[in-house]
Design a protein around this ligand. Structure first.
Ligand code: CTP
Ligand code: CA
Length: 227
């Protein structure tokens, strides 16, 4: 069905965004997770929506309010996020802003693990699927533009540049999340955009401004110019 109100440079363009953390269950009352408010992913979704894109927003359990007027798919775990992402294809661009847990508990307990008089539980882990790498390397149905994120604490550009090649995505939006930067959990972001053209340092700005700037670049890459 055509959206009567859809207008703007990205009208009719379907774009997927992952956002927020994933939660990996230990038992029915406990989980492991990454730190992520979902604020940057939400800001990107809103900016793309405002440019007319048809946004599919796949989010883990994030504290940030969900963006309005986009298709929201709520998931918990990395494996659920992968299913939702693959199910949302094809898209023209995929933006992978989620902080996906690298590991899950190999066999989560169906019942609550109880204290046992000082005897400590031992958790065995299994590696989660790498959603960004899988979508980047799709032989068929790969989005024209795949954008990954990299939260680093050391050698931001070197780590992110290597990550871009390893995963096979087009761009990496890298940031320094060392506690001293105050980025983690804050309202601002300072990112470096890594592409085949090299590393481009953006000025520190609100997450909303960073989202708008990235949306503009995505529109450019998809070959549309603002009207
Ligand atoms: N990502 C993903 N699926 C995973 C892990 C990460 O899709 N299982 C995506 C993230 O959404 C992000 C990018 O991959 O866009 C980079 O994540 P990051 O954790 O920095 O990369 P890793 O390969 O997991 O490397 P590291 O060992 O530094 O955590
Ligand atoms: Ca990781």
């Amino acid at each position: 069905v055509e959206d009567f109100f859809s207008d703007g440079p990205l009208a009719g363009r379907r774009i997927l965004i992952t956002s927020g953390p994933t939660h990996e269950p230990i038992d029915p009352v406990r989980y492991i997770a990454n730190r992520s408010s979902g604020a940057q992913g939400t800001a990107i979704a809103e900016a793309l929506r405002d440019m007319g894109a048809e946004v599919v927003f796949v989010t883990g359990p994030a504290e940030a309010p969900r963006p309005a007027d986009v298709e929201v798919i709520e998931v918990e775990s990395a494996r659920e996020m992968r299913e939702a992402v693959l199910g949302a294809l094809p898209v023209e661009a995929g933006i992978f802003a989620a902080a996906v847990a690298d590991w899950r508990v190999a066999s989560a307990s169906g019942s609550k693990i109880k204290k046992q008089g000082g005897k400590l539980p031992v958790l065995e882990f299994a590696e989660n699927p790498d959603i960004l790498a899988e979508v980047s390397q799709l032989a068929e149905g790969r989005p024209r533009l795949v954008v990954g994120f990299a939260a680093e604490t050391d050698d931001v550009v070197a780590n992110a540049t290597a990550k871009r090649v390893r995963k096979g995505c087009d761009w990496i939006v890298a940031n320094d999340v060392s506690p001293a930067t105050g980025i983690m959990g804050g309202a601002e972001n300072a990112v470096v955009l890594i592409s085949d053209a090299g590393a481009e340092t953006w000025p520190r700005a609100s997450k909303r401004e960073v989202g708008a700037r990235l949306a503009g670049r995505i529109a450019e890459a998809l070959g549309v110019s603002p009207r």
